[in-house]
Design a protein around this ligand. Structure first.
Ligand code: ADP
Length: 456
């Protein structure tokens, strides 16, 4: 009884730190719109980079051909081969590789050599009977970091995000780095497109759904791309003749890095301070899969200190005190735990995190914290979507489709409904014109489409 009462106070205090009422979301939308406009005018004018992608048309559905695609920028590295069937459909096969810390944080050459080795292994497996070195392959390179794109297949890395820190890559043309690695491995591959995963996500869904104008990633990181009228892309210096629209990679992860509109609590600030790139991509930190579990962990550690949590297990456990040990996937499992005694939550806390003993009150509190952190993420993502749909004037009928990829959107319980509820709070009845739809495999099919269009 007493424990439950204490909990109620704790929960109320934490709610105050994590909640985002509708009026605050509306302020956020307004600021995103201001930043979008500024970012389109001039480089460096806003926290949101608004990067021109050099992708100037959406697919017609008739694109056809066989392409390789690489996906670097998340938890896994993928190599795929995609066959576009020319009728809005595609087939593919892929291999996933774990990127070890050495490749992520060592020298850039090692990272690109690792990539080339994976491609070689992939071709060796799927094209055993071919002389892979004799074939001229066409490839779309999905590289999901902020890139100053010079052409459809060249551009330099602006900064690393999502825990990558490999040296000698920032400021360099990442396609040139990839090409030299291919040459070192005797691979004859034409890199015809450099792609961001958001752009790929948009294109991949647009192949079969032409009313797709927005692509969103809610995975390891978070970001968005959308279709902008070329006349609004004031800072674009490339050719404009015959060009009506351009996909813009917003890099919305950097929104509010000066921390003026979104309320930040001490846990958010600590997460940022102890991140690989402090002060940078702080919007992403509040939303994406790489960070949500860590925010929850920081709250738990604090509540152990104040005696509000796990008081039977004095001090929690070494696992609980290990950075990034509380996975975002645990939050999914805890939020899906509707058992009377919260037994799944008990398993995670006592078996995965080795906390000797938890009470039901402890577990309820942990679940409530997961809910607050997960809910805030979905509401912020919805604010981003609301801003973009407003910017492109698609709040009215017939509406717009937003293609979304990433584990949070696909796997986190209630995430989609929470986004829809927040959209409804922000834009009212117009929310019915915004269709949030899964768009899986943007970095494969999407990259192949962009590589195909680039070759024309
Ligand atoms: P990518 O790395 O390409 O973005 P994902 O979309 O799978 O790939 O995102 C991976 C992120 O999703 C990781 O940060 C991981 O913590 C998180 N994640 C994995 N499984 C789940 C899950 N079941 N629920 C919520 N988040 C998850």
């Amino acid at each position: 009884e007493v424990a439950e009462e204490a909990n109620a106070e704790t929960v109320a205090r934490l709610r105050g730190m994590f909640s985002l009422p509708a009026d605050r979301l509306q302020q956020i939308v307004k600021q995103i719109l201001v930043d979008m406009k500024k970012g389109l005018e001039k480089d460096g004018a806003a926290n949101i980079k608004m990067l021109p992608t050099h992708v100037t048309r959406r697919p017609s559905g008739k694109e056809k051909g066989t392409y390789l695609a690489l996906d670097l920028g998340g938890t896994n590295f993928r190599v795929c081969e995609i066959i576009l069937d020319g009728a809005g459909g595609s087939t593919m096969h892929q291999s996933k590789f774990v990127i070890d810390e050495a490749a992520k944080t060592g020298d850039g050459t090692a990272l690109f050599d690792f990539i080339a080795d994976c491609v070689k292994a992939f071709l060796g497996e799927y094209h055993k009977d071919q002389d892979v070195e004799a074939v001229k392959w066409k490839l779309g390179f999905t590289f999901s970091f902020p890139v100053d794109q010079w052409t459809i297949n060249s551009g330099s890395l602006l900064i690393w995000t999502k825990g990558f820190t490999a040296t000698n890559v920032v400021g360099k043309d990442v396609v040139a780095l990839l090409k030299s690695a291919f040459e070192r491995k005797n691979l004859n591959i034409d890199v015809t497109a450099l792609v961001n995963d958001t752009t790929g996500t948009l294109m991949s869904l647009a192949y079969s759904k032409p009313d797709t104008y927005v692509g969103v990633i809610l995975g390891t990181g978070s970001n968005c791309a959308y279709v902008e009228k070329i006349e609004n892309v004031i800072k674009y210096k490339g050719p404009r003749e015959g060009v009506k629209e351009m996909l813009i990679n917003m890099e919305w992860g950097g929104f509010d890095d000066d921390m003026v509109v979104i309320p930040r609590n001490k846990y958010d600030l600590k997460l940022d301070r102890e991140s690989a790139n402090p002060g940078s991509y702080t919007f992403e930190q509040l939303i994406s899969g790489m960070y949500l579990g860590e925010i929850v962990r920081l709250v738990l550690v604090d509540l152990v200190k104040t005696g509000e949590l796990f008081s039977y297990s004095a001090g929690g456990s070494p696992e609980l005190r290990t950075k990034y040990a509380f996975e975002t996937a645990y939050m999914s499992r805890i939020e899906r735990d509707y058992s009377y005694q919260l037994m799944e939550t008990k398993t995670i806390l006592e078996e995965h995190l080795n906390i000797p003993e938890t009470t039901l009150a402890d577990r309820k509190l942990v679940k409530a914290i997961c809910e607050m952190v997960g809910l805030r993420s979905a509401r912020l993502a919805a604010a981003g979507v609301a801003a973009v749909v407003t910017k492109i004037n698609k709040l009215g009928a017939p509406g717009v489709t937003v293609g979304i990829d990433g584990s949070l959107f696909l796997l986190y319980p209630h995430y989609q409904n929470r986004m829809r509820d927040a959209l409804r709070e922000i834009v009212g009845i117009s929310a019915e014109n915004i269709l949030l739809e899964k768009s899986q495999d943007g970095s494969g099919t999407g990259a192949a489409l962009i590589a195909c269009l680039a070759g024309k």
